[in-house]
Design a protein around this ligand. Structure first.
Ligand SMILES: [Zn+2]
Length: 318
């Protein structure tokens, strides 16, 4: 009799034939640092992920390193909200803080976008008539990316979804002597209902309209592939789908079309879904979190950005 169950009988047999294994080296831990805060602030649904004052960032990084985190994604939120002319100084201090603590043990990616800077909460600038100002947007993004690399960031992670930004950032980094600083592009990022807790964490809710003019429409895989292929052509080193769990159908196809590693961002609403289920007694959080990671790996994700990266060691990941 054909018994598929035979190889499921013991943990050792299941381990023997498992097709995906991964560990802390493939997980990226987000960090939120907010200018002007005096104490850490909880973010609804995100468990042990807080909005941190700069003075508390170093100790958080130290504890995360202790827990085996080896990749960070930094979101630096400046106090000033403006129409343009953004100041990268606060992010620069945060980058220097992380780099001083990590001492080369971790890789620091810095999320690069305008929505924590703009008074509008949008990821681009607008002209006086309310139209997207693409040249101005690209110039500001390049200025920020260059400043982050100057401050010591290991990698730049543009999350804005504006046309042409990867090519623009690559050229700017190269011209500034940062030819070896990689770009992890949020290359297929959808307009999504799963970003709620993040917008609280990063002060980045749009103050008018929405982001459907530049983020992807969930109904189109074609556009999602095209966006990642273009990022690859423009010089991205790593690609990403976002939200991760609801985009797993695209990961393998993007990898096949580009030949690049494709990661998945388990976004705030997806992660909060797990914490809230567990809070209601409707799920075993640890088991559900691991399951979600395994599924993204099974779908082909090279790496996973997740608010639970710092928990991975306690969950038994190598
Ligand atoms: Zn943005």
């Amino acid at each position: 009799m054909k018994r598929l169950q035979r190889l499921r009988a013991t943990a050792a047999l299941r381990d023997l034939v498992s097709e995906v294994g991964f560990g802390r080296a493939q997980l990226v831990q987000p960090l939120f640092v907010v200018e002007g805060l005096s104490a850490p602030e909880a973010v609804p649904g995100l468990g042990d992920n807080h909005r941190l004052p700069l003075a508390r960032l170093g100790e958080r990084v130290a504890r995360d390193l202790e827990a085996g985190v080896r990749q960070f994604m930094l979101f630096a939120v400046p106090a000033a909200k403006q129409a343009g002319g953004f100041d990268p100084a606060f992010a620069g201090r945060a980058i220097e803080t992380v780099m001083a603590r990590s001492g080369g043990r971790a890789t620091l990616w810095v999320d690069t976008c305008l929505c924590s800077h703009t008074a509008s909460g949008h990821c681009c600038l607008h002209d006086a008539r309310g139209r997207q100002d693409l040249p101005g947007t690209l110039a500001e993004l390049a200025k920020l990316a260059r400043a982050y690399a100057d401050a010591g960031a290991d990698g730049i992670a543009p999350s804005d979804m504006n046309d042409g930004r990867v090519a623009h950032l690559r050229a700017a980094l190269d011209a500034a002597g940062h030819g070896l600083v990689p770009i992890m592009s949020y290359s297929s990022k959808f307009a999504s209902g799963f970003y709620g807790p993040f917008r609280v964490a990063a002060d980045s809710a749009p103050q008018h309209g929405d982001r459907r003019g530049y983020q992807l429409d969930v109904r189109s895989a074609r556009d999602a592939y095209a966006a990642s292929v273009r990022c690859a052509e423009e010089g991205a080193d790593l690609l990403m789908v976002k939200p991760g769990m609801s985009s797993i159908d695209l990961i393998a196809g993007i990898g096949a079309r580009t030949g690049l590693p494709v990661g998945a961002y388990q976004v705030s609403g997806e992660y909060a879904g797990l914490t809230l289920l567990a809070r209601e007694g409707l799920a075993d959080f640890d088991a559900a979190l691991l399951e979600s990671w395994y599924v993204m790996r099974r779908a082909g994700a090279a790496f996973i950005v997740t608010y639970g990266a710092r928990l991975a060691g306690a969950l038994g990941l190598p």
